[in-house]
Write a protein that binds this ligand. Structure first.
Ligand SMILES: NC(=O)c1ccc[n+]([C@@H]2O[C@H](COP(=O)([O-])OP(=O)(O)OC[C@H]3O[C@@H](n4cnc5c(N)ncnc54)[C@H](O)[C@@H]3O)[C@@H](O)[C@H]2O)c1
Length: 258
């Protein structure tokens, strides 16, 4: 029997790679859509039935051509995960580099929009499927990485709009909201002294950060039949960040050790 198909943008690294591995373990064929040719091809080769598609998700024509190729070669997606993205360093709105700001919107927001527009039409025609966008704790909290922060807030709203637009076609659309996950961009920032892991841990409820596989597990759940009544939600996978930040800063900091 033919396998179901999971299409995963950003599947060459980090959360997307972990998600590709999780879907493959669940018996899906996997299409990896990314710009990192070496990693993308290597991840695809390591899975039972997978192909790598080189595609910059910020380029609408390239996404459209990739969607056509994937559908011809592998079929219509049952699961679509938009994990392609870039993660910036801290900056202020007043001083930030506007070219980098634009690029961030082009990849993180427009890339998500273009991917869903190109792949979801066939899913809607097939009257089934599930889509997961990559939100973040940034979707819910103002954090000093402006283009990224605002883009993730808007991705949550896009997810809600699409959930309604596609709902009657049997396609569910949800988002996951990870806190800091130790993928190559965070590892590079910790190694460069731009992130302090002890300080990061001090603003979480749990004493461990999620692994990429923890995010993949949440994505797999949202795409599964167990989530058949869930659409339009953002599921935080945040080790309690959103609860702990406001709690721990109450009155300038709670007066006992936590
Ligand atoms: N790691 C975290 O702490 C964290 C937290 C919250 C949300 N997220 C989100 O998770 C997603 C994945 O992040 P990650 O940590 O796995 O990063 P990562 O760098 O490990 O993976 C991102 C992948 O996206 C690909 N990519 C980048 N630009 C692209 C483009 N224009 N077209 C196609 N592919 C492109 C990269 O090549 C890479 O393979 C992002 O949307 C990110 O915002 C990450």
């Amino acid at each position: 029997m033919a396998r179901k198909l999971a299409v995963i943008t950003g599947g060459a690294s980090g959360i997307g790679e972990a998600t590709a591995r999780r879907f493959a373990a669940d018996g899906f064929a996997v299409a990896i859509v990314d710009v990192n040719d070496a990693n993308g091809a290597a991840v695809a080769k390591s899975l039972p039935e997978a192909r790598y598609y080189a595609c910059d998700v910020s380029d609408l024509d390239a996404v459209a051509a990739t969607a056509r190729r994937v559908e011809t070669e592998m079929g219509v997606a049952h699961a679509l995960v938009c994990s392609a993205g870039i993660i910036p360093n801290t900056e202020s709105v007043m001083e930030m580099d506007l070219a980098a700001h634009k690029r961030m919107w082009d990849v993180n927001y427009n890339g998500t929009l273009y991917t869903i527009r190109q792949f979801a039409r066939s899913m809607a025609e097939a009257k089934r499927g599930a889509i997961v966008t990559l939100g973040s704790i940034n979707s819910r909290a103002p954090l000093p990485i402006p283009a990224y922060n605002m883009g993730k807030a808007v991705i949550e709203r896009l997810t809600q709009l699409l959930a309604v637009e596609l709902g009657r076609s049997g396609v569910r659309v949800n988002s996951v909201g990870p806190t800091y996950v130790m993928t190559p961009p965070l590892r590079a920032k910790v190694q460069a002294g731009q992130r302090d892991l002890a300080k990061i841990m001090s603003v979480h409820a749990l004493d461990k950060l999620p692994e990429p596989s923890d995010i993949a597990n949440a994505i797999a759940f949202l795409c599964s039949d167990q989530a058949s009544a869930i659409t339009g939600v953002l599921l935080p996978v945040d080790a309690g960040f959103l609860s702990a930040v406001s709690y721990r800063t109450y009155a300038g900091g709670v007066p006992w050790e936590l």
